[in-house]
Design a protein around this ligand. Structure first.
Ligand SMILES: C[S@@+](CC[C@H](N)C(=O)[O-])C[C@H]1O[C@@H](n2cnc3c(N)ncnc32)[C@H](O)[C@@H]1O
Length: 372
């Protein structure tokens, strides 16, 4: 496999330590003495989380040879079934397109044709890393996507197979990604949409919120439910731990679920008028449900290991079927923390655990899981 392109930039800083009990000593993020090669994965993160992803991969899959390529970009060997928490999006690299304007589009379109399995429908998404510098190229990415699609529409070998991401969601197909990491160069690659880390360009899931929804909280829970691919049905029972001021409960009530909102703090006054809501004004650590509920939601501002231990107790006691939680991360050693959090939840009996730092998450992660 031949090296692609010019030498990559590398950050030499060591990920910071935290107060977790048993420190894991890692060296600095591995120096990249070569560029990514075909078949390796390009990952993108929230700006500033690239070292957390590097550290997560060093701990979970040291043989994946993770390297920080630049801000918000990490490269590794394939990870098998492991879904990295700190990655928003990722794909296996087919090749690197170079050039300006038409030359870049020609080069990228040729790589798309090479990356596509025979006869498969596909959609194309171009994106930039979510950094101040990267976002300056957002318009160029849109233009590249349009120019590459125009070329593929004009090519008899691909024209009938080009589709939108929405239609791939319904009927399946390949998601091709073009990642512009610097002017005049784009990584190209793809996977079947069902295996994609995220269906959203660059993993930026911009959730629409209707009028009256408290904004970020509502977007967080909507994005979590999109990750899960399921949501409460009308009449299903939900417990919302750390519910105040009530954004998540509001979203669940809109879905016509029944909600027990648990929080010592008061909810937004208008929520008390909603049918289907009961506010239990006490700590989540003393609350016990009268019967098993369908869904456990948790967005409590609390130390993550203690919050995870509480969620594990809910699984152990069979108090809920499904879990959607947002866990706050410490300032340091975040990767070690997410690994430990997963263990605590699994020990409690939660299965199909998926953990992600989603687009609407800040220093926090979203967890979705099921019991049994
Ligand atoms: C980030 S806010 C939750 C926002 C909420 N999800 C929303 O959509 O409006 C965190 C909440 O956790 C609550 N909290 C902190 N400790 C708690 C505890 N022991 N039990 C229940 N709630 C707690 C706080 O009162 C606060 O309202």
């Amino acid at each position: 496999m031949a090296p692609l392109g010019r030498p990559a930039k590398e950050r030499a800083q060591r990920p910071a330590e935290s107060d977790l009990p048993e420190p894991v000593r890692l060296g600095p993020p591995r120096k990249s003495d070569r560029n990514p090669i075909r078949g390796e994965w390009l990952w993108t993160t929230r700006d500033g989380s690239e070292h957390d992803l590097w550290e997560e991969l060093e701990l979970v899959a040291p043989k994946s040879n993770p390297r920080v390529l630049d801000r918000a970009l990490v490269v590794s060997h394939p990870l098998g079934d492991y879904e990295p928490t700190f990655a928003r999006q990722g794909f296996p690299i087919e090749g690197l397109a170079f050039g300006e304007g038409d030359a870049l589009a020609d080069s990228a379109a040729a790589l798309v044709v090479r990356a596509l399995p025979l006869g498969v429908r596909f959609a194309v998404q171009a994106w930039v890393p979510d950094t101040d510098d990267g976002n300056l190229g957002a318009g160029v990415a849109d233009a590249l996507e349009a120019a590459v699609c125009a070329r593929l529409s004009a090519n008899p070998a691909t024209s009938a197979r080009l589709a939108s991401t929405d239609s791939l969601r319904r009927e399946g197909g390949h998601l091709i990604q073009l990642a512009l990491d610097q002017p005049g160069r784009a990584f190209v690659g793809g996977t079947p949409l069902v295996q994609a880390h995220s269906p959203f360009p660059g993993g930026r899931a911009r959730m629409r919120v209707g009028a009256g929804k408290p904004s970020r909280a509502a977007r967080k829970v909507e994005e979590a439910l999109a990750l899960l691919g399921a949501q409460p049905s009308p009449g299903e029972s939900c417990v919302d731990l750390g519910a105040a001021p009530g954004g998540w409960s509001w979203v669940l009530l809109e879905k016509r679920a029944r909600v027990i909102a648990v929080d010592p703090a008061k909810l937004r006054p208008d929520l008390y008028e909603r049918r289907g809501l009961r506010h239990v004004q006490e700590s989540a650590f003393t609350f016990e449900p009268d019967e098993t509920v369908d869904w456990l939601f948790c967005d409590m501002a609390w130390r993550p290991l203690e919050a995870a231990a509480l969620l594990a107790k809910w699984a152990r006691r069979h108090w809920a079927r499904m879990l959607v939680a947002n866990l706050k991360l410490p300032m340091k050693r975040k990767a070690e923390m997410v690994i430990r959090l997963r263990e605590v939840l699994a020990e409690g009996g939660w299965t199909r655990i998926r953990m992600r730092q989603l687009y609407h998450d800040r220093d926090e992660i979203t967890v979705v899981a099921a019991r049994g």
